[in-house]
Design a protein around this ligand. Structure first.
Ligand code: 5FR
Length: 569
């Protein structure tokens, strides 16, 4: 056990007692850290209700300024109650710690969403920004400046509703026209007037909202550089570039928020009236699959405004200005796939270089990170390519076929919705009982493959966790596959590379999460971040599998077969 975990055991009890209310909580899973605080899942032993427990050891609160800040955070947060602000349940202390009992947000924060998805679609951004603005309007109406609005403080519940949290840097405006002089801490999306100490107020939140909106649509923050110093310089000069893929209303709204002069920035009310919100689709809800994959426009529309018949959605003949959905960064599917593979190759080279020496170490379960686990993998496959093609089933029970003519078909887990992908990569949306006559044969083959796999084949791994069979998501599908003497190599349109070895071990490599999932002969599923393997090494079997993956990646990418040894020296 790490010394950290030992310290926790000593200072944070398994059963936490709130003397003032005469109740107790059981401490469950560890969620993560933030500043001095640790966050755990805690369960009220009476009502069984679960919460996020933010726990701060008193030993950390050495300076009186620490205590004041903590008191301020509690005083502000407990006074708030709004649908888009994290609910404040209670707070109390014992001899060693201060406990804050907060609303649990089961889908973590927008930070994790961003890490998995990078740039998200415009309708999704509209959906999230609207809620964030509603929350901030409430704060500003109550003269509260949050001062650290960032993706990691925007929590998500099961409905993907945003809850603004962490009031650790927040301040109350005490009198009309007050300008705050300092912030005790370092806001992430810090406004220029804080850096130049000119005095600041509510407008700093508008600046942060501009950064958030930019990050959601562009996939990276507006002022990012490799050093904090350069980033601050850029912020002070308000120097940023907007990718040309963004549409006009979005660009306009970002530009309004990211103005150097705080008094020129619009109020929340003004922003809520912006054309960005009125000019496109506003989904009434988002499917959970948005946490991992871009939703389809037409399906979001079903959740939003009126319905259009399928043939109209496919032919795109409604004359409306269509938003870029398929690939938010404007790349074609195969371009973005190559980028995934290149980045995966780079990650593997780095990893394999770092660990030639202690490669025999064993990775324990403790070092595994289930949070980085892939959400989609291939659980069954059948190679009938001498006649028709390659069939497969994903872990969520959806099935697909890659035909010999390189066209593809995917049936969603609901058994109704079908996506056909032409040789040119165009996606056509169909249902099992509504498809053009030229697809009769391929639909039949799909059914045969599906039946064969469900009747005769064993599955890899458990069933999917997050994906639901709602017909709304745009499924990742098989992009390419090939066989070697030792393995079947498959890669999905979401960047994941899966290799099933002849000895029945498997690996799934994910460039976005920078992690590998290793499935051993006993079908145990373990996910390790590359950084963990770099630090601690891994056993020989996994190491060899990773080397094999790199070799195959090189050949797919048409690169010379450089061994890690050569490229490292
Ligand atoms: C409010 C609130 C809240 C509500 C929450 C967490 C959750 Cl100090 C602190 C507070 C730190 C963190 C962690 C960093 C972060 O998520 N931004 C969170 C809070 N905090 N404050 N709800 N929910 C959850 C957060 C993380 C959650 O709910 C089910 C799960 C997880 C989670 O799965 N974290 C994993 C645990 C395993 N390790 C390896 C990776 C992170």
């Amino acid at each position: 056990m790490s010394s950290n975990a030992e310290n926790d055991k000593k200072s944070i009890p398994d059963i936490i007692i709130d003397k003032t209310r005469n109740c107790s909580y059981q401490r469950l899973r560890f969620f993560g850290k933030g500043g001095f605080a640790k966050c755990y899942e805690i369960q009220h032993t009476g009502t069984k209700e679960v919460f996020a427990g933010k726990i701060v050891p008193k030993s950390m609160m050495t300076k009186s300024s620490h205590k004041e800040k903590m008191a301020q955070e509690i005083s502000i947060h407990r006074s708030l109650s709004h649908n888009h602000v994290v609910g404040f349940h209670s707070f109390f202390e014992d001899v060693s710690n201060i406990y804050i009992v907060l609303e649990l947000c089961k889908r973590r924060s927008m930070m994790e969403l961003h890490k998995r998805r990078k740039a998200i679609t415009e309708p999704e951004t509209r959906f999230f920004m609207h809620q964030i603005l509603e929350g901030v309007r409430y704060l500003h109406n109550n003269r509260i400046i949050h001062r650290d609005l960032k993706l990691g403080n925007l929590f998500l519940n099961d409905e993907l509703h945003v809850k603004i949290g962490d009031f650790g840097l927040a301040a109350r405006i005490e009198f009309e026209g007050e300008r705050k002089q300092t912030v005790c801490g370092t806001p992430n999306y810090i406004a220029p007037e804080i850096l130049t100490r000119k005095g600041h107020s509510l407008e700093v939140d508008i600046w942060s909202l501009g950064c958030i909106m930019y990050t959601l649509l562009a996939g990276k923050p507006p002022f990012e550089t490799s050093s904090l110093k350069d980033t601050y310089k850029r912020i002070k000069e308000c120097e940023y570039r907007i990718p040309s893929s963004l549409r006009k209303p979005a660009v306009e709204m970002i530009v309004m928020q990211l103005q150097e002069d705080p008094l020129k920035r619009p109020s929340v009310d003004k922003l809520l009236q912006h054309q960005f919100f009125t000019s496109g689709i506003m989904p009434a809800a988002l499917p959970l699959s948005c946490l991992t994959t871009a939703p389809r426009t037409d399906q979001l529309e079903k959740l939003a405004l009126q319905r259009r018949p399928l043939h109209q959605i496919n032919s795109n003949d409604d004359g409306r200005c269509d938003e870029k959905f398929s690939v938010p960064n404007g790349l074609t599917e195969s371009q973005s796939n190559r980028q995934h593979l290149l980045s995966l190759r780079q990650q593997l080279v780095k990893l394999l270089c770092s660990k030639r020496k202690n490669r025999l170490q064993v990775l324990t379960d403790e070092l595994s990170d289930p949070a980085a686990q892939p959400l989609v993998w291939i659980s069954k496959w059948v190679d009938y390519s001498d006649k028709y093609g390659f069939g497969y089933q994903l872990c969520d029970e959806s099935v697909g076929v890659m035909f010999n003519d390189t066209s593809k078909i995917v049936m969603l887990a609901n058994g109704v919705n079908v996506h056909f992908i032409t040789r040119e990569g165009q996606e056509i949306y169909l249902t099992m009982d509504d498809y053009p006559p030229e697809l009769v044969k391929k639909m039949k083959l799909l059914s045969y493959f599906r039946r064969y796999m469900s009747d005769y084949l064993m599955k890899t791994g458990a069933s999917a966790v997050v994906r639901e069979s709602d017909g709304l998501s745009r499924l990742p599908h098989l992009h390419q596959w090939f066989r070697s003497t030792l393995a079947v190599i498959m890669y999905l349109t979401n960047g994941a590379l899966q290799i099933n070895f002849q000895d029945h071990t498997k690996i799934i490599l994910c460039p976005l999460m920078q992690a590998v999932t290793y499935i051993d002969v006993e079908k145990n599923f373990r996910t390790f971040r590359f950084s963990t393997i770099e630090k601690y090494g891994c056993d020989e079997k996994l190491f060899n599998n990773l080397e094999y993956a790199l070799e195959k990646l090189n050949s797919v990418l048409g690169m010379p077969a450089v061994t890690p040894m050569m490229s490292c020296s």
